[in-house]
Design a protein around this ligand. Structure first.
Ligand SMILES: [Zn+2]
Length: 407
């Protein structure tokens, strides 16, 4: 059957399809060749249209009509009067390749987007190592890394478990929320060296309350504005409350100790979100320990301060600071050691905490990236190899808007 050669199949524009058939094992085979066109001889640069011979080159192509598809390419070689024989140009397959350009491109996009390499290998009926090779091939061009970091960045650690390191560091643009880079570990010197190299334009850094991060940023950058991430600093208050609860419940009867441990999450809830049952339980535990009650009330007071500070923003920062100092004082008067220690931490980070309201940046979105890596690990991407791991996360983001229409 000679198909009308004006039929355009994706990736085969300008190609003549001379025959199409479905083989006994269900493979769709297309016999294809290129029209004769003048070619420039690579040796003497003269034009020639003289065919020398043909070579058969089978090329794996994307599925057509849900069938594995092979292009039976009749590759023409031209002859030049100078004596040189050379292969014609074609739009669908590179030299010495067994897969079409379209196939490679889609597998590459898929390898970035899919949950596992194995899944793609099955879908494209090829080996996992072929998929990994395709993935590795795009890494260098897509991963040039930043020439310079933007003005506002967020840094956060996450548990990637790649190579010998448990924790990696993600650097993101805090304004666009795009991940920029991933460092192999969260150590001070690693961060410092990286910022010295790329951070000339950086003015603001959002981070959790890590001394190592703060030291690295201060040593690498010229008078940076450090913003403590609110998710992180608010969490310290819940941790302090947890410690008070653990200390207090240790003195109780086993039954109450166990149920209180089980119900520990209700202590983190805001008072106005407590159910009747939550309230009943809390009242019971508070009746055993007035200190636990006090600690819960301090936690609530801190949240109240936080939301008010957020509403007030940068314009009433002096008031926000005054109220924070009042909070410190009350906590210290209470003499609850766990809370007092937390307040000391807040005092060490006060400038950075207040900057949160002055500049209104957070790194909460980095959590989303953490979730992505969790999914990757759960699905057995198992990136022992840090470079591949880093590439997978950054490319996943770069490819967010690419190829969503693919089958
Ligand atoms: Zn020639």
């Amino acid at each position: 059957m000679l198909l009308n050669n004006t039929i355009i199949l994706p990736g085969l524009e300008g190609v003549i399809i001379t025959k199409s058939e479905v083989t006994a094992d269900g493979v769709y085979e297309l016999s294809v060749e290129m029209p004769v066109t003048p070619h420039i001889c690579p040796s003497c640069f003269q034009e020639t249209k003289r065919t020398h011979d043909y070579r058969a080159q089978p090329v794996r192509h994307l599925k057509i009509a849900e069938r594995p598809t092979i292009l039976r390419y009749r590759k023409r070689r031209y002859h030049c009067p100078c004596g040189k024989n050379f292969a014609e140009e074609n739009p669908f397959v590179n030299k010495f390749q067994r897969f079409s350009k379209e196939w490679n491109q889609q597998v590459q996009i898929r390898s970035v987007k899919a949950k596992t390499f194995t899944e793609i290998a099955a879908q494209y009926q090829t080996s996992v190592s072929t998929i990994i090779r395709r993935f590795d091939a795009i890494v260098p061009s897509a991963m040039k890394g930043p020439a310079a970091l933007p003005e506002v960045i967020a840094i956060d650690e996450f548990k990637g478990n790649t190579g010998k390191e448990k924790f990696q560091l993600i650097i993101a643009d805090a304004q666009t929320r795009e991940p920029i880079d991933i460092l192999p570990n969260r150590r001070k010197d690693t961060i410092k060296d990286y910022l010295r190299k790329h951070g000339a334009k950086v003015q603001v850094v959002v981070m959790d309350m890590s001394q190592a991060f703060k030291a690295a940023v201060k040593q690498a950058l010229d008078r940076p504005i450090i913003v403590a991430d609110s998710f992180h600093f608010v969490r310290y208050m819940n941790w302090a409350l947890d410690r008070v609860r653990v200390r207090e419940q240790a003195r109780w009867h086993e039954y109450d100790r166990k149920t209180c441990k089980k119900a520990r999450y209700i202590f983190h809830k805001a008072a106005h979100k407590l159910t009747e049952k939550d309230q009943w339980l809390l009242q019971r535990y508070f009746s055993f320990s007035s200190e636990l009650k006090k600690a819960y009330e301090f936690k609530e007071a801190f949240y109240e301060w936080f939301y008010e500070a957020k509403r007030n923003g940068g314009t009433r920062i002096v008031e926000t600071q005054k109220k924070l100092h009042q909070f410190y004082l009350k906590v210290k008067e209470s003499g609850i050691p766990e809370l007092t220690r937390t307040v000391q931490t807040y005092q060490n980070w006060e400038r950075e905490i207040l900057n949160r309201f002055e500049f209104n940046y957070s790194n909460g979105f980095v959590e989303g990236l953490n979730n992505l890596t969790k999914v990757m690990k759960r699905n057995g991407f198992g990136y022992r190899n840090f470079a591949r791991f880093r590439a997978r996360i950054l490319l996943h983001h770069q490819y967010k808007h690419i190829g969503n229409s693919l089958g």
